[in-house]
Write a protein that binds this ligand. Structure first.
Ligand code: SAM
Length: 239
């Protein structure tokens, strides 16, 4: 378990996201310099879910990550344990948590999902696995609720692969990012935690090993923006 995960208990993580919920998407756009929109498109392409398929977006927050799947015709469910993030997403879609623009918002803990076995064609989690207290248990739960042969797609901050750029990026991450986030409305330690949790997170091969250990097969990854983020993919064994 990483240092940042050790420092914050699950209820503290949920409370932190409750506090940042209203400004979350704006701050995300600003601190990623708009790149988050491209990352979401790449995730939707990796999930590649068509009409009739059902996708679980875990740690979905306000549901912005979920929208990229419904725009391709799939059905998608947004699930998260921060009621503040879910409520913000529901409000933006006109108020009904079960029918708001076709995306149901379901409160649930990634470590103990409120869904049946083999329920989803694909399970995905965007910039949220890092925040879950027990990475491997979350990956096992995702495996349980995915249909045999179904897909896992993870978007997560990762490790920059070009050394000279890594030095610049780390300066931005640890010094500038928390300051920029504060200007746009975050007035607590949430974005210091964000920066630390990114710095302390597994690199690409280490995360791939954890995914395999949890039972997924054919695990592979693709770097975006020189490894600032990576998309990991895996499949649930057929039988
Ligand atoms: C950085 S946000 C990502 C939101 C969204 N996926 C996106 O791409 O914008 C991380 C989310 O993970 C959620 N989260 C963290 N641990 C969780 C857990 N154990 N169960 C469910 N959600 C969790 C937080 O509440 C938060 O909304």
């Amino acid at each position: 378990m990483t240092r940042a995960q050790l420092d914050k208990q699950p209820h503290e993580v949920a409370a932190m996201f409750d506090r940042t919920a209203k400004r979350y998407d704006l701050v995300n756009d600003v601190i990623s310099l708009g790149q988050v929109r491209l990352w979401r498109k790449a995730v939707a392409q990796a999930v590649d879910a068509g009409p009739g398929e059902i996708v679980l977006d875990l740690g979905a927050g306000t549901g912005t990550s979920t929208d990229s799947f419904t725009s391709l015709g799939a059905r998608a469910i947004a699930s998260d344990f921060s009621l503040g993030m879910l409520a913000t997403g529901v409000r933006r879609r006109g108020g009904n948590s079960l029918t708001g623009q076709g995306v149901p918002f379901i409160a649930g803990d990634a470590l103990n999902l409120p869904f049946a076995d083999d329920a989803f064609d694909a399970v995905t989690i965007s910039v949220a696995l890092r925040n879950v207290h027990d990475t491997e248990q979350a990956l096992r739960e995702m495996l349980r609720v995915t249909k045999p042969g179904g897909k896992l797609v993870i978007l997560e901050f990762s490790h920059v692969t070009v050394k000279s750029f890594d030095l610049v990026y780390r300066e931005y991450l640890m010094k500038l990012l928390p300051k920029v986030a504060k200007v746009f409305g975050s007035n607590d330690d949430s974005y210091e935690y964000l920066a630390e949790s990114i710095r302390d997170w597994h690199d690409q091969p280490a995360l791939a090993k954890i995914i395999q250990r949890a039972g997924w097969e054919r695990v592979a990854w693709r770097n975006l923006n020189l490894g600032i983020v990576a998309i990991h993919r895996g499949y649930k064994p057929q039988g």
